[in-house]
Design a protein around this ligand. Structure first.
Ligand code: FES
Length: 165
């Protein structure tokens, strides 16, 4: 003898088969409902804490001990764009960034020469030819407590300003 399913049993079977679908839809809704604020928070935190700077060489840096630069030395450091000048017991730092359009000038017999458009500077960075509008700046030179020579490119000094070491 067969018993025909009652109508509420069919309804219960239909409801049971729909439950996983509804559960998935609910989970998907909750995830989609929750993820935008979470994602927004992560992205905004990342944007907020990310420094808005361009990284490059430090403007204040040590170059070594004074004895690393014997008298008569003129050493160009292209990474820092500075020329270290040692005369007797005095040290100075002159910019090697051309004041025309910013190329790195090279040390020449007469001072400095720019390879880009032909500007020339004398030994002190004064313009002697070419399109450069102004002399090469000089930077502050100090001695650190450990005896290192420190150049500060944020601090310009008058041309001819040397640190006595
Ligand atoms: S950049 Fe040096 S002369 Fe133009």
């Amino acid at each position: 003898m067969t018993v025909a399913p009652r109508s509420h049993d069919k309804q219960a079977a239909t409801v049971d088969s729909q439950m996983p679908r509804r559960r998935h839809a609910r989970v998907a809704f909750e995830v989609s409902d929750c993820s935008p604020p979470w994602l927004l928070a992560v992205v905004s935190d990342w944007l907020f804490f990310k420094p808005r700077v361009t990284y490059g060489p430090n403007a204040r840096f040590a170059i070594g001990k004074p004895d690393d630069f014997p008298p008569g030395t003129r050493i160009a450091r292209d990474v820092e764009r500075v020329c270290i000048v040692r005369e007797g017991n005095k040290i100075a730092a002159i910019s090697t960034t051309c004041t025309h359009l910013g190329c790195i000038v090279a040390i020449a017999d007469t001072g400095f020469a720019c390879p880009c458009h032909g500007s020339h500077y004398d030994q002190d960075g004064n313009v002697t030819g070419g399109p450069a509008p102004k002399p090469l700046p000089w930077f502050q030179v100090t001695l650190a407590p450990n005896g290192d020579v420190v150049i500060d490119k944020n601090a310009s000094v008058d041309p001819g300003t040397y640190l006595t070491v």
